[in-house]
Design a protein around this ligand. Structure first.
Ligand SMILES: Nc1ncnc2c1ncn2[C@@H]1O[C@H](COP(=O)(O)OP(=O)(O)OP(=O)(O)O)[C@@H](O)[C@H]1O
Length: 250
């Protein structure tokens, strides 16, 4: 079943040139998707379209087959509960004045989810391996990797079907990165992930399917296994040549 589809989507900022051109992609429930490309290829723009934060200049974005319409409030409420995001920078993405309990609870409060908020927050913190007393502390008391765990706890607290993540490990050192990959791997048992990154090695560790984006166009898409073992497009071959570590497909 398809969660979000982009069909023939093009996008330009204002009257500028197209930064996305005729993009078709589907995110299927239960299959993690990696969207990979160099800086400026349009990855963050795709993510903004997938989140309904920007509207395509032409083409369609649909959630469960229905058009993503920011004016349709009940629909968007259901959408926001089902689709959450984690962003690159764990330092700026958390409000320094809020306690972790309030940061993690934010989606439940803003979506008026009827649930035991303290229990849901404790469950989300446990899922990302943070101790229960983290709830009463502030972001500055945590390391970059721990802050990214807090951002992930906030993204999963409403039990979304899909979590979109933009360069979630790029700001982290290698050891922390490996731990976050392990965490995302365990979370993907209960939610689908769409990961945006310049690092094909990182996304291939977690995603069954890949989309390769060059200058706003998809140049190759398929299973990670096929693309890693026989990349067809020269751009994909270049991305692979510049990545130091690749998963083993035995
Ligand atoms: N607000 C904006 N106004 C005008 N142009 C923009 C804006 N944001 C992005 N762009 C342009 O759109 C293109 C795609 O940018 P985007 O941020 O989607 O790429 P990206 O692949 O995510 O890059 P990076 O990995 O560097 O974040 C780039 O040429 C960028 O300069």
């Amino acid at each position: 079943m398809s969660l979000i589809d982009l069909a023939a989507v093009s996008f330009a900022y204002g009257r500028g040139r197209k930064v996305l051109d005729g993009v078709d992609l589907s995110i299927e429930a239960g299959r993690n998707l990696g969207i990979v490309g160099e800086s400026g290829s349009g990855k963050t723009t795709i993510l903004r379209l997938l989140l309904g934060l920007a509207q395509p200049t032409s083409g369609k974005v649909t959630f469960r087959g229905a058009p993503l319409d920011p004016r349709n409030r009940p629909f968007m409420r259901g959408f926001r509960r089902s689709v959450q995001a984690v962003f690159q920078d764990p330092y700026s993405s958390l409000d320094p004045r809020q306690k972790i309990a309030d940061i993690v609870a934010e989606p439940l409060r803003s979506l008026n989810v009827e649930t035991d908020i303290d229990a849901a927050v404790a469950g989300a913190l446990a899922s990302v391996d943070l101790p229960p007393d983290a709830a009463g502390r502030y972001p500055h008391e945590f390391s970059g990797g721990q802050r990214q765990r807090i951002a992930i706890a906030r993204a999963i607290v409403s039990e979304p079907e899909l979590v979109l993540a933009d360069e979630v490990v790029s700001a982290l050192d290698l050891t922390t990165r490996i731990r976050i990959v392990e965490l995302l791997k365990s979370l993907s048992a209960r939610t689908t992930l769409a990961l945006v990154s310049h690092d094909i090695g990182f996304v291939a560790l977690l995603c069954q399917d890949l989309v390769i984006l060059e200058k706003g166009r998809i140049v190759e898409q398929g299973t990670a296994r096929d693309i890693l073992s026989s990349p067809k497009h020269p751009y994909t071959q270049r991305l692979l040549a510049s990545t130091p570590r690749l998963p083993e497909f035995a």
